[in-house]
Design a protein around this ligand. Sequence first.
Ligand code: ZN
Length: 69
Amino acid sequence: MKKLWLKIGVLGLLGMSCAKNKCAECHYDAPSGEVEMGTYCGDELKNLEDLGTYTDSLGTTYVVHCGEH
Ligand SMILES: [Zn+2]
């Protein structure tokens, strides 16, 4: 039983490190349509998803989407 829990723990860790390094293509929704932002991975992706917005040079904020909607 103890071994089983150990196995679950290891699998959980692997799953977490996998998610941490995941990559996704991001875009934001401008009035003229979707604008591709390129591919973001790991912490960069997490930060962008946490922020959830992109602000352009004119100070306009758009909603960011990453990966599948
Ligand atoms: Zn979108």
